[in-house]
Design a protein around this ligand. Structure first.
Ligand code: UD1
Length: 374
């Protein structure tokens, strides 16, 4: 394996590529980082590069926001010449965002011409909800990838059920947890809870950004209404995603935010530190379900399904009753609070141990050897 091109595009990608890039560097394997620019704000992108110690991207595609089709198409158009010029042995894509699918699709079409192969990190997760853009991205990216690197054991039967050959699947564990375990001591020392004035009380943290929750006025009203009632009992910190901020304004829901501690989107270290000390987390994010599981913090997921069921069966996550109601959210939050916290790592699933980056690079080297291109 001579050269590896790693793609990152949006906030949830950055903590996944950092350990892979670090391991490639340690082993002296030539690599380059391509940033699609899907997320571009200081708070959604730059802060993560600083916190995670990521190198500046070798290429920045600068695609920005747009509809799904616009965003995917722009990434594809910009990525094609970059890939043609770089001619890597491997293209590594992570997670399930539009940039993941776009770059995998470009690589799949150029594969015969340049002889690259595609590794998908976080393969095999399925919500089985085809209304989720991320589910479409996951299934198609897996279908096109040569090497499917799974974060948990339950991903493999999902892939086998779709007819994917066993030899393409390698269990490597959860690479996001490599970043979490590395940064956690720094995150705790930073003590963001004190900066936000919530350190003295058991506080809650909430995150909300899925289109299915925030683009629907009635549902957004129910969720934020429940947050606002919970805020009578304990502080709730709500770092507000740009999409959610825009919808809250458009639907005139700002008054419901008055009792919450609303912040800009937080950097990686700040968000990790805030979660680590929380009494409960309420979220519709995929990554936060995983982070709370390792941190031992009870989590309530505000979605109908999860592609990360292991966080429920083995971790500290629970699904809010569906459809979401005011009472349902409150009762799930109270049940989570009653369950309480457990020590960090006590509920970590297999392979969520800080060593996934090493196993990912091992798996690519082994696959190159098998193909005779090591
Ligand atoms: C994307 C991912 C989602 C991930 C989320 C994390 C897809 C399909 N979705 O959703 O899986 O959980 O990122 O945040 O790829 N915006 C800014 N600044 C930015 C980026 C976005 O203001 O740096 C605003 C834009 O108005 C944009 C909106 O946020 O229209 C949504 O951004 P977009 O990248 O389309 O999707 P996310 O909802 O962030």
């Amino acid at each position: 394996m001579q050269k590896v091109l790693v793609v990152a595009g949006a906030r949830p990608n950055f903590m996944k590529v950092a350990p892979i890039l670090a391991e490639l560097k340690t082993r002296g394997i030539e690599h380059l980082l391509v940033h699609s620019g899907q997320h571009y704000d200081a708070a959604m992108s730059d802060a993560f590069f600083v916190d995670l110690g990521l190198p500046a991207p070798d290429r920045h595609l600068g695609v920005g926001s747009g509809t799904h089709a616009q965003q995917t198409a722009r990434v594809m158009e910009a990525f094609e010449p970059v890939l043609e010029e770089a001619r890597p042995d491997w293209v590594v894509v992570v997670g399930d965002v539009n940039s993941t699918l776009a770059c995998a699709l470009v690589a799949a079409k150029l594969r015969p011409a340049i002889g690259c192969r595609i590794a998908h990190v976080e393969a095999g997760l399925r919500s089985n909800d085809w209304t989720m853009p991320e589910e479409v991205n996951r299934v198609l990216t897996d279908r096109m990838s040569d090497l499917l690197l799974t974060p948990s054991r339950d991903a493999e039967p999902n892939l086998r059920g779709e007819g994917i050959a066993q030899e393409r699947i390698v269990f490597v564990g959860n690479v996001m947890i490599d970043s979490l375990l590395r940064i956690l001591p720094v995150a705790r020392r930073r003590n963001i809870a004190a900066d936000l004035g919530v350190a003295d009380t058991p506080y809650a943290v909430a995150t909300l950004h899925r289109p299915s929750n925030v683009d629907d006025e009635a549902r957004l009203r129910v969720i934020i209404g429940a947050f606002s009632e919970l805020a009578n009992e304990r502080p709730i910190v709500l770092p507000l995603h740009p999409r959610t901020r825009e919808r809250v304004r458009a639907f005139g829901l700002e008054p419901l935010l008055a009792s919450l501690v609303v912040t800009e989107p937080l950097g990686y270290t700040q968000m990790l530190g805030l979660q680590a000390e929380a009494a409960v987390v309420l979220t519709d994010s995929g990554g936060v379900q995983e982070e709370t599981t390792v941190l031992g913090v009870p989590c309530v997921t505000l979605r109908e399904t999860t592609e990360r069921p292991i966080t429920v069966t083995e971790g500290t996550n629970r699904m809010a009753p569906w459809p979401l109601t005011h009472e349902g959210i409150l009762s799930a939050a109270r049940a989570a609070l009653a369950a309480g916290r457990v020590a960090v790592g006590t509920r970590a699933p297999e392979g969520w141990d800080g060593c996934a980056g090493v196993r990912i690079v091992d798996a690519m080297i082994a696959a190159s050897r098998r193909a005779g291109t090591a």
